[in-house]
Ligand binder design. Sequence first.
Ligand SMILES: [Zn+2]
Length: 266
Amino acid sequence: MPRRKKSEEPQQQEQEKKTKKKSTKDKYIDPNAIIDEYLEEVVNALGLAYLNLDKDEYKELIKEPFAAAVGEVKTKPKARTIINRLQANKDSLMEFLALKLLRIKNLDKMTNEQLEFVVYNIKNTVKELGPQLYEELSKRNRQDLIDFLRTTWNLYGINSPVECPRCKFNAIMPDLSCYICKYVISMKQLKEKIHVIDLLIDYSKSDPEGFKEIITAGYFYYSWNGISPPSKMPKNELLVFEIILNREEKEKLKAYYSAGNIPQNQ
Ligand SMILES: [Zn+2]
């Protein structure tokens, strides 16, 4: 029967396909299968040995960057290759590891070396972790690391034009509280810090109209751009302080204005 003959053919083809598929199946190196073997060498090469973590903690610490450095390969890479790849972006790697360490260990359980590692490498994340780190460093009385954290804050933090009188970070927010140490300054302290009268008198020289507006309205805005009158509230700035003048200050400034120190009728 012709029918039978026909049905034999596809069966044969199917079998061929199956064997073909099997022989070309991709086998990538599983990074988790080789991390144990390379762990010590990688930890030493990256200068992480002083963190004194146990083996499992080290594995947890580096597993993601390690896997990325191994990549999708079918032959086992040499330790040197992996280390070179890790070191190619050392700064961002260290920042990542600092954050990872914070997930593995509680801040208050860290050794001094571990805490130092976090502070030295934290960079951008100082925005979120600055307050916690400051608290822990204060408890341990590590003024040196607080100084380092302050520098990091200046580079990567939410830099305020007003310095906190307690922790000395540029971290006073427009609600007058310090983002880092939670200290709250008074309006009086803020005005002392920025030398409000001198500042306004200086300002009057460059913008007499704005100065007039400020003494009439009784308040102004203060930001990294300096003084702005009420009608020109800075729109694109994150930190804008509203500063309300008291009666004494207004009188001083009005006296200065009416004494003819400011060019009028412009
Ligand atoms: Zn503070």
